[in-house]
Design a protein around this ligand. Structure first.
Ligand SMILES: [Mn+2]
Length: 259
């Protein structure tokens, strides 16, 4: 019996800047496997030519969570509330994003990933929500309980790729909700998208106005989310749909049949 070819999804790696070790927590690879893809953890230190070769071979890309992005990369000084950075991750991921977008590959970003994508495409972020954003309803974006437990709601506007994926419409499900959807998400970030890049559209918002989801306009498949669906998919079909959506788009982009 032969197995149908599964989409290969490249994941950005975590990086311990003290020990210089790279590693990948199991949550994202497990979610990709469960959604029908094969996770491939990408090297932190690869030349641009190596990355170009990887991008042409792999079918889709997941920009994972991690540390803050260096403020110089979006033209700012480092503010008091900014956290730790990995210069190597910033460099590798911005190069990878450029190549993936050039080759029109499906892309998903999670937490740091949505911020990295926004910066790479010309947007800005808040370096630290609590000290930079005045909010009437100060939502805890650093939730005080485990990752598997949702902590705040997100309103998703209608008529965009993220809404279609979350509702199941992207997979041909007809009972999709009409109008804006409200979903429950976890939250472990203190940075967030500020000005969206010209090619991106914000389409999901926390109750305090913080941007929690973006899509790329006029592009086959790019979704960024500020929450962590890799800790929610076992309980939450909408979170699973984010991984299934990436796999479906990646199967299509590699011109293989996928059911
Ligand atoms: Mn949040």
């Amino acid at each position: 019996m032969t197995q149908q070819r599964k989409p290969l999804i490249g994941l950005t790696t975590s990086h311990n800047i003290q020990t210089e070790e790279t590693y990948q927590p199991s949550a994202c690879p497990r979610a990709i496997l469960a959604a029908g893809g094969i996770p491939v953890i990408l090297p932190l230190e690869a030349s641009e030519d190596d990355l170009r070769q990887l991008v042409s071979v792999l079918d889709g890309f997941l920009f994972t969570g991690g540390p803050d992005v260096h403020p110089f990369l979006f033209g700012e000084e480092t503010l008091a509330g900014c956290g730790g950075v990995s210069v190597k991750r910033d460099r590798m991921e911005l190069a990878l994003l450029k190549l993936a977008v050039e080759q029109k590959k499906p892309v998903m970003g999670i937490c740091r990933g949505i911020q990295l994508i926004n910066i790479g495409l010309g947007g800005t972020i808040y370096q630290d929500i609590p000290s930079q954003v005045e909010r009437i309803l100060p939502i805890a974006h650093q939730q005080p309980f485990p990752h598997k437990v949702p902590s705040h709601t997100v309103k998703v506007t209608e008529g965009n790729l993220l809404a279609d994926v979350l509702s199941g419409q992207y997979f041909g499900e007809t009972a999709a909700a009409r109008g804006p959807q409200t979903i429950r998400v976890n939250s472990t970030h203190h940075q967030a998208v500020r000005d969206t890049a010209p090619s991106l559209a914000a389409c999901a918002f926390a109750p305090d106005g913080i941007i929690e989801g973006v899509v790329m306009k006029d592009y086959p498949y790019l979704i960024g989310v500020q929450w962590h669906p890799e800790y929610l998919w076992e309980e939450d079909p909408a979170a699973m749909n984010l991984f299934k959506g990436l796999i479906k788009a990646s199967a299509r982009s590699s011109r293989i049949s996928f059911s």
